[in-house]
Design a protein. Structure first.
Length: 286
């Protein structure tokens, strides 16, 4: 199927007004609300600290929890550790772990094809965020029925909305108790909406940039590429060509000097008996 035919088929799908509206609100709130508020009030060290802290927590919730644990089963852990990771991932506003993992499993199974949810063959902006604006007829298909048997995954799916709300309420509460209503609003804008906006777009960079620019040292079997600088934003996820070659490896950056905080966290959890069965699918050194 040609790119033109695939794009035409994609555009024939129903428009997803709900997801598009939510994405629009987050983007407008971050791009306009944050600088406007800064002009009149500015942000405190508490706001910036909460932004950095929640960026790391929610980002690792996606990379370690949603991606390497739930989607690829790169390691195993206790249910309470899994639940903590999925709560953190839920704070990123990237859908429930069930739907996220379904999409990503299909991305690997159908990379660069029509069923690929963020098909890079449809252009940079489509794979970055445009795929969100159209309803996906393949989402509830045959991919990963095992997820439906995972009690923690299904628990997080059922309580996804309260988890998202808690991730926004937390920075507001911290700001409010520190500096009243103005403090609550400032921390909510920066560490809530702003942090979600940046986590979303850092994740999107893996779907877009890492399928357009970068190196392919592990094979040219699809459009995936390694980008070390994207790894700086995504806690190690930028080594995407390696990841497509060895999907279940708990490391995306296999060499010891690769910047991959996600593998460091998983390895650290294993040292304390909180993670086990770490999978290594290549002979590259840690």
């Amino acid at each position: 199927m040609s790119k033109t035919e695939t794009l035409s088929q994609s555009n024939s799908r129903p428009f997803d007004y709900g997801t598009t509206s939510l994405f629009f609100l987050v983007t407008v709130g971050a791009v306009t609300g944050i600088p406007v508020f800064a002009y009149f009030y500015d942000y405190t060290w508490i706001d910036w600290t909460m932004f950095a802290l929640l960026y790391v927590i929610s980002g690792l919730g996606i990379t370690v929890g949603y991606h390497r644990l739930i989607t690829h089963r790169s390691f195993t852990c206790h249910n309470w550790v899994k639940a903590a990771l999925l709560i953190a991932g839920g704070w990123a506003l990237e859908n429930s772990a069930l739907n996220w993992a379904r999409d990503h499993i299909r991305h690997h199974a159908r990379t660069d094809q029509e069923e690929d949810p963020y098909n890079a063959m449809l252009g940079f902006w489509y794979s970055h965020c445009g795929w969100l604006f159209w309803k996906d007829p393949h989402r509830h298909g045959r991919f990963a029925p095992r997820l439906l048997q995972d009690r923690v995954v299904m628990w997080q799916h059922a309580f996804y909305l309260p988890i998202v709300i808690s991730g926004l309420a937390l920075p507001f509460a911290v700001g409010f108790f520190a500096h009243g209503w103005v403090g609550g609003i400032s921390c909510f804008l920066l560490a809530g909406l702003g942090r979600i906006f940046f986590v979303l777009n850092s994740t999107f960079c893996i779907n877009s940039i890492c399928h357009v620019w970068g190196q392919q040292p592990h094979g040219e079997f699809d459009s995936s590429r390694d980008s070390w600088w994207v790894s700086l934003l995504t806690f190690g996820e930028g080594y995407h060509n390696y990841h497509h070659r060895y999907q279940s490896d708990y490391r995306n950056g296999p060499r010891w000097y690769n910047f991959d905080p996600s593998k460091w966290l998983i390895f650290t959890l294993s040292l304390f008996g909180l993670a086990s069965s770490l999978r290594r699918l290549s002979t590259d050194e840690f």
